[in-house]
Design a binder for this molecule. Structure first.
Ligand code: 6GU
Length: 222
């Protein structure tokens, strides 16, 4: 898979791309992630990419031309263009699975007070990562990228995500490691028993109990 991210803050991505699973997925060629500075596509001599909004009002608005030129440069017949905006469709794990099947994603990070409305015509979809406002789409684009890359076949063991929270609209069951007793808190006996059927039953029950307590809205979707 190839992921191209368009941003006016390319440095925000340095840490994200150079640690842990994302770093390894890039090294092992499961994914090619390229960060593109929108300023590079500006035809203005000061590399301007935003301007005052018509009609007045607060803040600067991202101009359409540099972003149109960038998308035009990168787009192929296999591309899906995603616009990051708090006005987009709320992001869910099911969408991560869909995106993980794509060959090429182009992600546009909105910024400042907004982007010129005509930029919307470039997008196949608009995504929001939740009901709160970020200063820009950069963190949101990293959220999308992280959640998609870990689902690409081979990046992590399939076992580690078939049981992820949300896969059946259930939250994860609790897990424990050594020691078997820590500050008076004991690992549940059944997990030490080696009895696989009982362990499975315990985990399912704990998942349901946890979901009931914390996310009853998910259970209604089951
Ligand atoms: Cl995609 N962008 C911004 N700026 N804020 C957000 C968001 C995106 N999703 C939730 N809040």
């Amino acid at each position: 898979m190839k992921i191209d991210i368009l941003t006016i803050f390319p440095n925000m991505f340095t840490g994200f791309l150079s640690e842990s699973i994302i770093k390894r997925a890039i090294q092992e060629k499961y994914v090619d992630i390229q960060i593109h500075d929108i300023r590079k596509y500006s035809k203005d001599k000061h590399k301007k990419v935003d301007d005052y909004g018509f009609g007045g009002g607060k803040g600067m608005v991202l101009m359409p031309e540099p972003i149109f030129d960038a998308v035009n440069d990168l787009k192929t017949k296999d591309s899906k263009v995603i616009l990051m905006t708090p006005q987009g469709v709320p992001y869910k794990q099911a969408k991560a699975y869909e995106l993980a099947k794509e060959k090429h994603l182009i992600i546009i990070c909105g910024h400042y007070e907004g982007f010129d409305e005509r930029i919307r015509t470039l997008a196949d979809m608009e995504i929001s990562i939740g009901d709160y406002v970020l200063t820009g789409g950069e963190l949101a684009s990293m959220v999308i990228t992280d959640s998609v890359v870990r689902l690409i076949n081979g990046v992590i063991e399939e076992e580690s995500h078939v049981k992820d929270s949300f896969n059946n609209n259930l939250l994860d069951y609790p897990v424990y490691t050594k020691p078997t007793e820590f500050r008076g808190m004991k690992v549940p006996e059944v997990l030490l028993s080696g009895h696989h059927a009982n362990i499975e039953k315990f985990r399912t029950e704990e998942s349901i109990k946890r979901t009931k307590e914390r996310r009853p809205d998910l259970l209604e979707k089951r």
